[in-house]
Design a protein around this ligand. Structure first.
Ligand code: ARG
Length: 471
């Protein structure tokens, strides 16, 4: 038996053991929501006083008691006890011990069911903003790198085989757009969390004349929930946020995979800064891109967090069930991991060195101008299928000889097919191949310049959204 008396101890004859206290507790996880819990309780107490449910004097005592607890938790001097079960009880018990009966009035017209929903929503909103901010920071770095590399030619791949040359800036901006969609998902997750549940009480609402709009306004929510049962059972907002984290991690894992490949001797396109690499305990020559690998690996655990949360919620009857206490650990982990990885990847990109000469050389291999050469023949009136055949045969020959398309002279081209004129070598010039891809969203320099402008506009819109929230 543990000695602490439970706030719900009235109808109980025996208390759980220490082991069961620990098993049932969420305090180690939900204590992170202490600030939200206190903020919510102060708003609730003020509302109760406004509505004449408790006296102004009691509300004052509650507010100053909670403010004192706030300072203690912030400074690390608060005494957390596992027997309190969760952050809500830990704070309420301490408050009541200190201020007496007024503390006991705080929980009027409230249940931990709507209280935990409130705290988690406030927490989710705050973290969604941080995540959006972190994607913006990383996207700024991508835009900066992309404009630095607006004429760096590199091989583009499909099936991880050389396909067509692209600009490195173009390749980098592909990640900009992925992360911009992630940012939109974080905005949506913020909106999903932006509904105030307090006043739903345990599940059915309350008999007290609560003013839910007052609480919502005071806590910065745009609306109040419409159905008390939904409101204490709904964790969609956490799913939305965890999903947004998961997709972000999937995107980061793809970028990291490329950084890992590009850092290999075989590619040699980039070098991680020493601060983002580690050595081997046995092989003195090694420099491993650990942080990129770890980020790639952590994507797996965030996927696990999402699946875990989905599985906890699946099949739960209305309304609150204790299963739901299992919602926070995974979601918090997904948020923390994603935020950390966004910061790590940003630092990695900002500090890595890029071997543009090596990229350029690599862009000349793999016969990546073959499509353009076929297009050239089409321009002379040859049907595309025939042109494809002619260039295919040429590639086969050159491959055997260990030569590239760029090494062919005008005479050699003409010997392959009389349709090739003196401008044939220009058709396989790698810079030309890239520059001709001017279709909107294409890799050609002009199109890339337009894309960069568009990317900056998107970033500015996200910044405006963040600033509007901060006001
Ligand atoms: N610690 C609980 C949770 O995280 C708070 C809600 C508990 N409600 C209850 N009726 N036991 O979900």
């Amino acid at each position: 038996m543990s000695d602490a008396k439970k706030p719900w101890g009235g109808r109980f004859e025996r208390s759980p053991s220490k082991f069961l206290d620990e098993f049932g507790a969420s305090l180690p996880v939900d204590k992170r929501m202490w600030a939200e819990d206190i903020q919510g309780s102060i708003a609730h107490a003020r509302m109760l006083a406004n509505q004449g449910v408790i006296s102004e004097g009691d509300a004052d005592a509650i507010e100053s008691g909670l403010s004192q607890i706030y300072r203690e938790i912030r400074d690390g001097s608060f005494d957390f006890r596992i027997a309190d079960e969760d952050i809500h009880m830990a704070i309420e018990r301490t408050l009541t011990e200190r201020i007496g009966p007024a503390g006991g009035r705080l929980h009027t017209a409230r249940s931990r069911n709507d209280q935990v929903a409130l705290d988690t929503r406030l927490f989710a909103k705050r973290r969604a903003v941080e995540l959006l901010g972190a994607t913006a920071k990383l996207r700024e770095t991508l835009v900066r790198l992309a404009s630095d590399h607006a004429d760096t030619v590199m091989p583009g791949y499909t099936h991880l085989q050389k396909a067509q040359p692209v600009l490195f800036g173009h390749h980098l901006l592909a990640y900009f757009w992925m992360l911009s969609r992630d940012a939109t998902r974080f905005r949506h997750a913020h909106e999903a969390a932006d509904v105030m549940p307090l006043g739903s009480a345990a599940l059915a609402g309350t008999t007290f004349p609560v003013d839910r709009r007052f609480v919502a306004d005071r806590l910065g929510f745009v609306e109040v929930s419409a159905n008390s049962m939904d409101s204490v059972s709904d964790r969609d907002f956490l799913l939305d946020l965890t999903y947004a984290c998961t997709v972000t991690m999937i995107h980061l894992s793809r970028l990291c995979e490329e950084l890992i490949l590009w850092s290999s001797e075989e590619f040699g396109f980039v070098k991680m800064d020493d601060t983002y690499a580690t050595g081997s305990s046995i092989m003195p020559q090694k420099k491993n891109p650990d942080f990129a690998e770890l980020t790639r690996g952590k994507a797996g655990r965030v996927v696990g967090d999402l699946v875990g949360l989905l599985t906890v919620l699946k099949g739960l009857p209305l309304a609150y069930n204790k299963d739901m206490q299992e919602d926070k650990e995974g979601a918090f982990d997904a948020i923390d991991t994603t935020l950390d990885c966004l910061v790590v990847v940003d630092g990695m990109l900002a500090t890595m060195s890029v071997d543009t000469a090596r990229m350029r050389v690599a862009a000349h291999g793999g016969f990546m101008a073959a499509t353009d050469l076929a297009d050239y023949l089409v321009g002379t009136g040859m049907p595309f299928r025939e042109a494809h055949e002619v260039v295919g045969r040429l590639v086969l020959t050159l491959e055997r000889e260990g030569r590239t398309l760029q090494e062919l002279s005008v005479a050699e081209f003409a010997a392959v097919d009389p349709a090739f004129g003196s401008d044939a070598p220009a058709a396989v010039n790698i810079d030309g191949v890239v520059a001709r891809r001017v279709s909107e969203g294409g890799t050609g320099g002009e199109a890339l310049a337009t894309q960069l402008e568009r990317a900056r506009d998107v970033l500015a819109a996200d910044t405006t959204w963040l600033e509007a929230l901060a006001e």
